[in-house]
Design a protein around this ligand. Structure first.
Ligand code: HEC
Ligand code: HEC
Ligand code: HEC
Ligand code: HEC
Ligand code: HEC
Length: 477
């Protein structure tokens, strides 16, 4: 139990260990006020309409996003171009454009449609992240002046639009769907009704991010928003059973799901756009030998695919190896301190489980991608030297998808060799060879009703008809 308290201090220390220097806690806290969760109720990001125009051969689209920020408490909408919460230092607002949600996001071609490597001396160029337009509150977006600017929106007051051309590259099949998201944070300055700590720096307001799925069609679509085509897997309400910012038993508090500097909040449909099967933390890694920087920054890249990263984060104490993700500004995020305050083997703590079928069971749905563990990038070079980030996912080396899931908790070498020898899995395979050269056989023994059924071996009681309260309708993805 005291382990858990120590873990809380480690988390604090981890958060302060940025850029290789441990800042004094008191200084850091007096300089940066904690997030103003009380103020989030004054803001709601609304993506009101998306217009898709095919603009070139063979697969280029201009995607126009029409949005507003509502004030659910006072009524009406915020003028993001003038209101203090958006115009004070520290505020941000970004639009993300991703694709392929029908199976899994790949965003292939987002860095460049030719898939040639990004050759740069800079850290931070993404591997498979969405196309982004930043600073919507200043130059990134324009006000809706006429209904021709912003079709499908009745009231133009404080409505804004941002348009971006995207050229998606097909990965395992044609790209017919995409997703746009709105993320970022106002600051607690000029918000009526709450007492904000004085600034600057102002307290940030971690507003829930918004995301909608869209159809990419060969004809102009004045109303491109569609229901989420991606399978629902986990239920954010279950995550929030813990991630509510309140103390749980001996844990001081489990933080709300606000990540990346308070910009990306409480919407898993946003997280999975970036935390996809082709994404690793390679962009902030470099060679540290002969320097004072943390040697873990120079290690092998780590997958940040949600179906591996989220398991591994919560499996501290069960995994044999620490999960280390190198984050923004090469911060070292070692999650081995996390102790899951519930039974780790009870998959239904997070997963949707309805009518006798759980989304944690095998076989996986067709189209679930292998998880990149070696992007074949050149990044283990000294800081400032030329790096080559391989954004061509066809040449990435992957873990076959079932083994990627199971080994994110079961990471012992015996278990992994069982997956390869008995299960037909691979830990270094190209996506194109999955289902052909490499065929996973896991479901034959771990599938429903089989001898080593995933549900049975994890001792999960069968879900009845209703009563579990976890129908897919509640899913936030
Ligand atoms: C039974 C409780 C519990 C549930 C359910 C749970 N988590 Fe967690 N999670 C934790 C704890 C405890 C930590 C470690 C928190 C800390 O840093 O002190 C954590 C950490 C995390 C982190 C890392 C946070 C950071 O600051 O780096 C992420 C991301 C996360 N969880 C996502 C999720 C998601 C997504 C779900 C649902 C699919 C989920 N969690 C469900 C208990 C839970
Ligand atoms: C626009 C892309 C993007 C979005 C959206 C995004 N992430 Fe990340 N995330 C990344 C990348 C890339 C990394 C790894 C390296 C880095 O920080 O650039 C990362 C790292 C992380 C890490 C490990 C490092 C750390 O800072 O703790 C956690 C935990 C995490 N993300 C959780 C989330 C959650 C939860 C969400 C949704 C609320 C989310 N991310 C949304 C791109 C994104
Ligand atoms: C802390 C929360 C959490 C727990 C506990 C958890 N999972 Fe998951 N699992 C996730 C998340 C998050 C994803 C990825 C969701 C997404 O991509 O939308 C996932 C994905 C998966 C997938 C892939 C499903 C698909 O369609 O892609 C499988 C299989 C899976 N988990 C199995 C398990 C098993 C087996 C257990 C229990 C032994 C378990 N999970 C426990 C959070 C959890
Ligand atoms: C979220 C973490 C997690 C994931 C993901 C996960 N497991 Fe487990 N698994 C556990 C835990 C915890 C136990 C219980 C181990 C114990 O009690 O010592 C367990 C037990 C088992 C057992 C019983 C044998 C044993 O070691 O006790 C089998 C078999 C098993 N898991 C198979 C799988 C398969 C197959 C998958 C992938 C579909 C999977 N697991 C995914 C956490 C996980
Ligand atoms: C021929 C049947 C068979 C196949 C195929 C098979 N397994 Fe297993 N697996 C088993 C048996 C038997 C055990 C031992 C269960 C026990 O200890 O209760 C096991 C145990 C496991 C465990 C738990 C390991 C541990 O350390 O406790 C995991 C994880 C696992 N299998 C994953 C997989 C994956 C992933 C695949 C496919 C790539 C796979 N298995 C294919 C029969 C099989």
């Amino acid at each position: 139990m005291t382990d858990i308290r120590i873990a809380q201090f480690r988390r604090l220390a981890r958060a302060l260990f940025v850029g290789g220097a441990l800042a004094a806690a008191s200084v850091a806290q007096s300089q940066t006020p904690p997030p103003a969760w009380d103020a989030t109720k004054y803001f709601r990001y609304d993506i009101e309409n998306v217009v898709v125009t095919p603009t070139g051969a063979p697969s280029t689209w201009t995607v126009k996003v029409i949005f507003s920020v509502a004030n659910p408490v006072m009524g009406g909408t915020w003028d993001i171009k003038h209101a203090l919460p958006f115009q004070s230092p520290g505020a941000s607002l970004t639009a993300d454009f991703g694709w392929d949600p029908a199976t899994d996001f790949t965003n292939a071609g987002s860095a460049n449609p030719l898939l040639s490597p990004i050759v740069t001396t800079a850290l931070g160029s993404g591997l498979a992240i969405p196309v982004q337009v930043r600073n919507l509150q200043t130059t990134g977006a324009a006000a809706c002046m006429t209904s021709a600017d912003c079709p499908g929106v009745a009231d133009l007051t404080n409505r804004f639009w941002v348009a971006r051309t995207i050229t998606p590259v097909a990965f395992t099949g044609p790209v017919t769907t995409g997703r746009v998201a709105l993320e970022g944070k106002p600051v607690c300055n000029g918000v009526g009704g709450v007492s904000c700590p004085a600034g600057p720096p102002f307290a940030i307001v971690p507003v829930k991010s918004a995301a909608v799925s869209i159809a990419l069609k060969s004809t102009v679509s004045l109303a491109a928003i569609i229901p989420d085509p991606r399978r629902a897997i986990v239920d954010i309400a279950k995550c929030q059973g813990c991630h509510d910012g309140k103390p749980h038993g001996d844990l001081l508090e489990i933080p709300r799901l606000s990540l990346h500097g308070g910009n990306r909040n409480e919407n898993l449909g946003l997280c999975v756009m970036c935390h996809n099967a082709n994404q690793t933390d390679v962009v902030y890694r470099y060679l540290t030998s002969g320097t004072t920087a943390d040697p873990r920054i120079g290690g092998a890249e780590t997958a940040i695919d949600f179906k591996t990263m989220i398991h591994s984060i919560h499996a501290g104490g069960f995994r044999k190896q620490a999960l280390v993700v190198i984050g923004f500004n090469s911060s070292v995020n070692d999650f081995s301190y996390v102790r899951f305050p519930a039974k780790l083997r009870n998959c239904t703590t997070c997963h949707i489980d309805a009518n006798g079928k759980g989304t944690f069971e095998l076989p996986l749905k067709a189209g679930v991608l292998g998880t990149t563990v070696n992007s074949q990038s050149t990044y283990q070079v000294p800081l400032g030297a030329t790096r080559s980030i391989n954004v061509n996912p066809f040449t990435h080396l992957k873990i076959s998808p079932t083994a990627a899931v199971c080994s994110s908790c079961h990471d012992e070498s015996d278990a992994k060799s069982h997956m390869v020898k008995t299960g037909g899995a691979s830990f270094a395979v190209k996506q194109a060879d999955l289902g052909t050269k490499v065929k996973e056989r896991c479901a034959g023994c771990h599938g429903p009703g089989k001898d080593k059924d995933v549900r049975k071996v994890h001792e999960i009681r069968s879900s009845g008809g209703g009563g579990s309260g976890s129908g897919s309708k509640e899913h936030d993805d």
